[in-house]
Design a protein. Structure first.
Length: 445
């Protein structure tokens, strides 16, 4: 891993980056075959990761290399063609390393200040430890395991790490069971929070506790009362789409031991059903509330903070393409969503790619600002999942033709998945979070 970076190290790097930008050097692209790529990177120090990667790439696939002066590297995405185009960035010391801050996606002319997120950072560090335990830090190393055919134990260890972490969270809740009366579970789209909440409930039962689940989906307003976005379209992602007064009233009464009538929302009619379900918490029961807005304080503003335990769930990618090419956590969730929605909702990949920018904007506003409110975080990503999802997602993405506005996004995701060997789902257990997206789960959703 090397020595931790100092502020002086980061400052020197930043000065060198500015020097290269001021020189406005050309960034030259070179296309080579697999054999040439392996030869080039075998001659470099500490680039065994790239050699592994190229070894398992599809036959006849071209490898795109980029060169500045005497430095050469691989990127599966197009790069800028001159260094002078890269002037907007910041580089900050963040022990034990650094943080590179890129321009704001919505306003590329500005670089936002760093918002420290210690809990999220700790979760990333935990994921690195998990990857080290499995001995897989990049796509090439994962492909080596798959090519060997010895995936059974590998999958079991990856799933056991999830199981152990969920058990730890259940133990943490159980230790404070007299104080904690409600568990709030939130996370962005396709983070696996539904399966997580079901597995957490099982571990609470193992600890002798009795959890009761409550879904925020039942508190949607009728369609005619749903807010609209700036384009005049119904906005189901805003917290204002929920009946907050009714929800807060029910949570308050439930924790006081009173019975309430839980509504049931009919997604086909877009209205609340006439029938309701009575619910009353017994003294030994704990309420589990799951939904994208569960960490927003407005959801449970009548409940004293000491009675809450808040969990944030997301899929923070554990494996990179190589040491210089990361995989976006949002790409992992998007691929999960494409596979799940085709299987269970008959939504095409094209429809999902079209909707995704709107989903991402809503997450930036309604979900991510509250993630550090969590008492703990859970990383639902599985180190082997892209190899399994590849078999489902690639055919769906390949249906999108060049005439479609979503074609470029589809090609980008196909390019990402091309770095992984496909892996059959036979070894994926029925309780796995991945089963929420590929089917075959033993849980009912």
């Amino acid at each position: 891993m090397g020595e931790p970076m100092t502020p002086e190290d980061v400052q020197k790097l930043k000065e060198e980056m500015h020097r290269l930008i001021e020189k406005d050097l050309p960034i030259e692209q070179q296309t080579v075959d697999e054999e040439t790529g392996i030869k080039i990177f075998s001659s470099m120090e500490r680039r065994e990761d790239a050699v592994r990667l190229f070894k398992y790439m599809p036959e006849h696939q071209r490898i795109y290399l980029y060169k500045i002066g005497n430095f050469m590297d691989y990127s599966y995405l197009p790069l800028a063609y001159r260094t002078g185009m890269l002037s907007r960035f910041d580089l900050l010391h963040y022990p034990p390393g650094l943080v590179l801050i890129l321009p704001d996606r919505l306003n590329p002319a500005r670089v936002l200040p760093l918002k420290k997120q210690p809990k999220l950072f700790a979760t990333f560090e935990e994921s690195k430890r998990w990857a080290a335990i499995l001995g897989v830090m990049d796509a090439g190393a994962l492909n080596r395991v798959i090519a060997s055919g010895d995936v059974s134990d590998f999958v079991k260890i990856a799933e056991a790490l999830h199981e152990k972490r969920i058990a730890q969270i259940a133990d943490e809740i159980t230790r404070d069971y007299d104080r904690i009366k409600i568990v709030l579970i939130a996370g962005p789209s396709s983070s696996g929070k539904t399966t997580f909440s079901k597995r957490l409930a099982i571990h609470l039962r193992v600890n002798g506790r009795n959890p009761v689940a409550l879904s925020l989906d039942n508190y949607f307003l009728d369609r005619d009362k749903t807010p609209r976005d700036e384009k005049g379209e119904l906005d189901f992602d805003t917290i204002e789409a929920l009946d907050l007064p009714l929800l807060n009233d029910h949570l308050y009464k439930l924790l006081r031991g009173e019975e309430v009538q839980i509504p049931r929302f009919n997604f086909k009619t877009g209205k609340r059903a006439e029938t309701t379900t009575p619910l009353k918490l017994e003294p030994d029961q704990i309420l589990i509330v799951e939904g994208i807005h569960a960490l927003n304080p407005r959801i449970s503003e009548l409940i004293p903070p000491e009675k809450k335990f808040r969990i944030y769930v997301s899929a923070l990618t554990q494996v990179n393409i190589d040491s210089h090419n990361r995989i976006s956590t949002s790409d992992t969730r998007l691929i999960r969503r494409i596979v799940r929605d085709k299987l269970f909702r008959n939504h095409s990949a094209k429809d999902n790619l079209k909707m995704w920018p709107k989903v991402r904007r809503a997450e930036e506003v309604h979900i991510f600002p509250y993630q550090e409110n969590a008492d703990t975080m859970f990383n639902s990503a599985l180190i082997y999942e892209l190899a399994v999802l590849k078999l489902y997602a690639e055919p769906l993405l390949e249906e999108i033709g060049p005439e479609s506005p979503e074609y470029a996004a589809a090609v980008r995701l196909i390019g990402l998945l091309s770095h992984f060997l496909g892996m059959l789902p036979d070894e994926v257990p029925p309780t796995s979070i991945l089963r929420e997206f590929i089917g075959g789960s033993s849980f009912r959703y």
